[in-house]
Every structure is written in C-alpha cells, then in structure tokens.
Ligand binder design. Structure first.
Ligand code: HEC
Ligand code: HEC
Length: 290
C-alpha cells in the first residue's frame, strides 16, 4: 500500500467528506446516521458496526485493513498491548494518543464513538500466539554479525542512515518487521523530512559532482536547489543541485535484503523477538502517577 501524495490527499478529501456527512447526519439521531453511505463490508465480517465504520475513517490509514497493521501503525489484533488492553487503557490511548510516536490524539471523537471503536477492536482480536525467537540472541545478532546497528539507531547507539528503531516494536506489526528484513525494497519507510515533497521515503539517492565524486545515500532534506545526503559512513553532504553532473532518486532500499542464506528462519525469529522488545513508553495518564 504505497500511497502517492495524490492518492493520500484524495483519500484525505474522501475521509473528510464522509466525516462531515456522518457528523451532520449524526446530530440528534446518532443511531441512524442518515445520509452516510456505509462502506462495503470487509471480507469475512458479517455486520458492519458503527465502530468498524469509524475505524475505517480514522484509523485504517495507519493500522491497516481489519486493524492488522499497516505501513504506519501496529497490528491491533494480536491481543498483546504495549500500552494496556483494559477498556479504560484503550480509551485513554485512543483519546490522548501516544506522545513521541505517530499515534495521534483523537480529541475530536465523542466518548461514545471511542467506545464503539474499542468494541470493534474486541471483535477483531485473534488468539494470542506464543512468542517465537529469543530476544537476547536477537540483540547480539543486531549489534554483531547482522550489522543492523551500523545503519540503525537504537536508544542512542548505532548508525543513522536508516530509520531509528528505538520504538519499532510498538510501532510495527510482526509481519511488517519480517518484510522489512526479507524484502526491504517492497515498502520503503517514510520519513518526515522537510522539502517540497512533504513526507518522503527512505529511497536511495545518487549524486555525481562536477569533479566526478559519486555520493550514494539517503536524502535527509531536499528542495528545488539543494539536497543533503547522508552516506553509509553517516557523513552529511550538503550539495547544490546546479553543481551536480547527475542526481537521481532510485526506488530501492539501501538496506540489503536478508534472505534465508544470510539469516535463517530461527535467526530471523530471534531478531524480530528483539525488535519487538523496543517499545515506546506509555505516557502518564490523568490520575495515574507513574
Ligand atoms: C498517523 C497514524 C495513526 C493513526 C491515524 C492512528 N494510529 Fe493508533 N498508533 C499509531 C502508531 C505509530 C502506534 C504505536 C505507538 C507506539 O509506538 O507505542 C499506535 C498505537 C495505537 C494503540 C496502542 C497499541 C498498543 O499496543 O498498546 C492503539 C490502541 C491505537 N493505536 C488505536 C488507534 C485507533 C483506534 C485509531 C483511530 C481512531 C488510531 N489508532 C489512529 C499510528 C496511528
Ligand atoms: C546499509 C544500511 C542498513 C543495514 C545494514 C540494515 N538496514 Fe534496516 N534499513 C535501512 C534503510 C535505509 C531503511 C529504510 C528503507 C527501507 O524501508 O528499506 C531500513 C529499514 C528498516 C526497517 C523498517 C523500519 C520502519 O519503521 O519502517 C527495519 C525494521 C529494519 N530496517 C531492520 C533492520 C535489521 C533487523 C537489520 C539487520 C538484519 C537491518 N535493518 C540492516 C538501512 C539498513
């Protein structure tokens, strides 16, 4: 699900229209919501509840279809929760968001609507699967022979050319983590650089200077005239585009694909088990000193 800027804004417009319709229709007759066309039911579900409709409008963009996790948010069907799975804890997480992560507050939703979403989440919950892999061995691999730490920052240590992974365990689903390692190019991580493209992806850029120097890396910042590239040695090159002989974005990851030969199934499980321990702290909540 690679949303182009155009598609994203169309989606945003669509969502806004549906929200407005729902809001107008909802006044005085919250149960019926006249005027709103409910989206077609998700395969495998029998009834489309108000919570499911709200989830599609507000949450699918990040948490994926059926809450099974997407490019931007974790799987919410695993039955294990980083920030608590009680009714009150889920209400608090959804209302206030998770500070320091991409999970936003939803102060615009009514208490009743948030309760409907929580009810929906209960219906998609899967049986808890026993954890696979050994996180301690995974950590050794990460900083050692896997060389992951040379490109990724975890809790202040490591390289910077790849995305920081300090909270990747709470932010991403297991299947997303596996795919990121086995097939990094399939869905490139987005990062919020400045630059005119808005949110950009960690694609690979190559610049060739007029004196023939070739720089390969990730663009940290870019506008019409300039670009800052971080190379594999974590050096930042600030370049003026008109001083370049060649400048290209390529739709590939700088991260090598770790196939079965580089990382067998057991090692992959260990690594993912370690990544899953990297979680954002739960923000302090009202009336609950931490
Ligand atoms: C812009 C992306 C985005 C949107 C929109 C979003 N979320 Fe999230 N959500 C996230 C991310 C990222 C996290 C992981 C935060 C962390 O690292 O702990 C998260 C975490 C959560 C959690 C905590 C999971 C846990 O393990 O404790 C819940 C519950 C949740 N979201 C529900 C929702 C609901 C319901 C909606 C819609 C009303 C929603 N989110 C909308 C990105 C989003
Ligand atoms: C040469 C540098 C490099 C190495 C080595 C490397 N990565 Fe990456 N990694 C990247 C870059 C760049 C991205 C962003 C582009 C993409 O999505 O593939 C990335 C993306 C990721 C993501 C997705 C993060 C997100 O939030 O979307 C995960 C997870 C990840 N790497 C884990 C690993 C693990 C585990 C290893 C070791 C087995 C590893 N990486 C080795 C550079 C590297």
């Amino acid at each position: 699900m690679r949303a182009t800027p155009v598609r994203t804004s169309l989606l945003a417009v669509g969502v806004t229209i549906v929200c407005v319709t729902l809001r107008l229709g909802g006044q005085g007759a919250p149960a019926q919501r006249p005027g709103a066309t409910p989206p077609p039911p998700v395969a495998g579900t029998k009834i489309v509840t108000p919570g499911a409709v709200l989830f599609r409008q507000e949450c699918v963009f990040c948490h994926g279809v059926g809450a099974r996790g997407g490019m931007r948010g974790p799987d919410l069907t695993t039955g294990t929760w980083s920030h608590g799975g009680s009714h009150a804890e889920l209400i608090a997480t959804i209302t206030d968001g998770v500070q320091g992560t991409a999970m936003p507050a939803h102060a615009h939703l009514k208490d009743e609507e948030i309760a409907q979403i929580v009810a929906y989440l209960r219906t998609v919950q899967q049986p808890v699967t026993p954890p696979r892999g050994d996180a301690t061995r995974g950590e050794a691999l990460f900083v050692g022979s896997g060389r992951c730490g040379s490109c990724h920052l975890v809790k202040g240590r490591g390289g910077r050319i790849g995305p920081e992974l300090t909270t990747v365990g709470s932010a991403r689903s297991r299947s997303y983590l596996v795919e990121s390692i086995r097939e990094p190019a399939r869905h490139l991580t987005e990062h919020e650089g400045t630059g005119e493209a808005g949110a950009r992806r960690y694609d690979t850029v190559t610049a060739v200077t007029n004196d023939g120097r070739k720089i390969v890396g990730v663009a940290m910042n870019e506008d019409t005239f300039t670009v800052q590239i971080m190379d594999a040695g974590d050096r930042i090159h600030s370049l003026r585009k008109r001083d370049l002989k060649d400048f290209r974005h390529e739709d590939r990851s700088l991260m090598p694909a770790y196939g079965e030969a580089q990382l067998n199934g057991a090692a992959l499980d260990d690594l993912v088990a370690y990544l899953q321990t990297l979680r954002a702290p739960t923000p302090a909540r009202k009336g609950e000193p931490r």
